[in-house]
Ligand binder design. Structure first.
Ligand code: PBG
Length: 326
């Protein structure tokens, strides 16, 4: 026995599983997860995304089964991405009444009305050039793009979306969408803004899944520079002023410092988007037997909570639900 030394015995609170649970500061619960879905035009399609094992592009006829699976797992919210057959310069497929996201939203709300539908509001999946807005002189035109984004948001609300999630990083997108929703009578539909979205190599697998790789250049004139922190706070503050109800930080895991900064700066719920590349890396390592997938994923999810995420958007949501139910 070491005597008379005045050190703290931290291990007292780690002595058993029950003791550790008693003092656990953060918890995972399925109410906090949003599961992303890729809906593709056509019929009888269920394509696994090659860089995202376990994630599928599905056609509308698979929506019912998917919703039943999610409901049985206790997942209460989905985020919808559309993969259209036809693309054009303006991204028309994003805002027409018969667009794939609008159809999928109606289908989901018919099959499982209590499922919350979060509509990703962007143009990149629908434009022939793959950029998130209208192109003028080889650059994305901010204010022209806002008009189409507002139209997209209203058409998604008309289809029954519960939450509008603009992700194209145009300045002013929150206020313009808020105004358009209000004018169309959707004063009660909240905006979950991708307020802090970095220009990131972690989106690679998503662009396979959503077929949205830019055909020229990159997204650096509208998505943020990974070197910057204060810029994230400026983005967060302006989106709150413009009326955002939730703020997303994206990607999540290389940006947990930013999640914490945003959490300490704003009073809205903060959402961490655990993106496609973060998913793919874990899947690849697990497939090789290099990591324990379950332990690793639960650790990462808990880390997002500890950093201040109120909600988590993740392709792992189904796995987490299964693990938590075990
Ligand atoms: C649309 C959008 C992207 C993601 C979500 N919404 C792609 C991008 O900005 O290139 C990425 C999500 C992921 O990687 O999981 N703009």
């Amino acid at each position: 026995m070491v005597k008379a030394l005045n050190f703290k015995r931290h291990r007292r609170l780690r002595s058993s599983s029950a003791m550790r649970s008693l003092v656990s500061e953060n918890h995972l619960r399925m109410d906090d997860f949003i599961y992303p879905l890729f809906i593709v035009e056509g019929e009888n399609i269920k394509n696994e995304v090659s860089s995202m094992p376990g994630v599928f592009q599905i056609s509308l006829d698979f929506v019912k089964d998917e919703m039943e699976e999610l409901r049985s797992l206790g997942i209460k919210a989905v985020m919808i991405f559309g993969v259209p057959n036809e693309k054009d310069e303006q991204g028309t497929g994003a805002f027409i009444e018969t667009g794939i996201v609008q159809e999928a939203t109606r289908r989901i709300k018919k099959e499982v009305p209590e499922m919350l539908v979060v509509a990703d509001t962007c143009l990149c999946e629908y434009t022939s050039h793959g950029h998130c807005g209208v192109i003028h002189n080889q650059d994305v035109d901010n204010d022209e793009s806002l008009k189409l984004l507002a139209k997209t948001a209203v058409s998604q609300a008309e289809a029954g979306a519960d939450i509008i999630a603009p992700s194209n990083m145009m300045d002013g997108f929150v206020i313009v969408i808020r105004q358009a929703l209000d004018e169309a009578g959707y004063t009660n539909i909240p905006i979950m803004s991708y307020a802090v979205k970095y220009s990131s190599a972690f989106y690679g697998p998503f662009r396979d899944a959503a077929d949205s790789t830019p055909q020229f250049g990159d997204r650096k004139s509208y998505q943020m520079d990974p070197a910057n922190r204060l810029e994230a706070l400026r983005e967060a503050e302006s989106d709150v002023e413009e009326g955002a109800d939730f703020l997303i930080v994206k990607p999540a895991l290389s940006y947990l410092d930013i999640v914490r900064d945003v959490k300490n700066t704003v009073n809205t719920p903060v959402v961490a988007y655990n993106v496609s590349g973060e998913y793919a890396m874990v899947k690849a390592a697990a497939k090789n037997g290099w990591v324990d997938e379950r332990e690793l994923v639960l650790e990462k999810m808990t880390a997002m909570k500890r950093a201040g995420a109120d909600l988590i958007i993740s392709y792992f949501a189904k796995d987490v639900a299964k693990w938590l139910n075990e």
